[in-house]
Design a binder for this molecule. Sequence first.
Ligand code: IMP
Length: 453
Amino acid sequence: MNRTDQCTAVIGLQWGDEGKGKLVDLLAAEHDLVVRYNGGANAGHSVVVGGERFALHLVPSGILSPATRTVIGNGVVVDPARLLDEIEKLEARGVKTEGRIAISDRAHVVLDYHKSEDGLREELLKAGQAGKRVGAGTSQEIGTTRRGIGPCYADKVTRATGVRMGDLLRPDALRRKVELACRMKHALFEGLASSAHVEWEPFEPDAIIETALGHGDKLRHRITDTTYLLHDELNAGRRLLFEGANATLLDVDHGTYPYVTSSNSSVLGAGPGSGVPGHRLDRVIGVMKAYSTRVGGGPMPTELHDETGNQIRERGHEYGTTTGRPRRVGWLDLVALRYACMVNGVSEVAIMLLDVLAGFDDLKVCTAYIVDGRETDRFPPDAADLEHARPVYETLSGFGEEITGVTSMGELPAGAAAYVDRIERHLGVPVRVVSVGPDRAQTIRLSETGCAS
Ligand code: IMP
């Protein structure tokens, strides 16, 4: 690694679950702080350390590196009950968290009514749009994680009802906002529930306030102005690692809208979500799987509905860390990946889960789409356009051997090495890491990356 790099970002280039957690964990030891800047408990980062698996949703993956501190930035939406639960579980497994998790006082709070609203909206989309085929489903349901992410971000932008972490320490402000929110939400929920033909339970503001103040009390010592904290650390020469949650193709502006999450989950969200301007970033590491997966609705041009898809799903354990849903699986989409590299200004790529592709005779990669009868190498991020895109495939030879024990590029079977080379040539960005298994040790470094394999 170039030791002058002060700020690095790790970003998912596809639809999430690329293995960012493992990469952040590898890099964390070389950084003083790991910063989350977007998303909430919808994200699931799975990290294996010494054979032990940790599933993190809100706490940045850097927590598993003992000398590194972590920051939950202002752009994150925090479900305090889940965060406290995660901290408790980490402590119970011997991970020290005191003094190592700072939470922005500006980060918004996910409350129970946000989760209900998320569910009610999804039910309405499911009921109201039945019969219309979009992506994997038969409805226009987004397939959210129902963790309240969208409604919480919506309240943030609506303003009067947005509750921030700092409000958990200000009982009067909290009461004013929650009472107003409950009045507004009750009217909304009645309409949503009756249109979707589902039941709903009115909320008791006092109970919400009491619970939220209790959470605030437990988190009080961790809630702070992280914008100043980060700038003070930068001025002191410390090194920051920005951990993107969700992924580029789920970015609310640059992803497959409307089948996206509600934040800027590409690197473009790092500035607004942390208070550190984007131009401070020296290095952007794009993380990709060796194939494609997606959870929830929306178009996915290379999706496989056959036995090959099932085999990849089983070999890759492609079931959601957050919801347990089976992930949709497909061949590698180089059109989407090249777009994602462009949007993020990716300086290097990490290919994860290459070991999953062992045993297939042929491997296909999508190098272009046919849209309305014309071939294009451009990614149309709008879901309605992408829905019509048909993949143009190039077929490469597969590799029969298992590669989970391989530690250098020279040991990779020819088919695996050619696959990596094809990706690098198409993306025009150097591949620096190839991961062949979940453990820290199962990592091939192609040149200086700073990753301690
Ligand atoms: P939401 O973020 O819960 O609103 O979900 C919106 C869409 O993003 C759904 O299709 C989710 O399955 C997807 N999604 C959100 N976070 C992740 C993630 O971390 N990995 C994969 N998919 C995600």
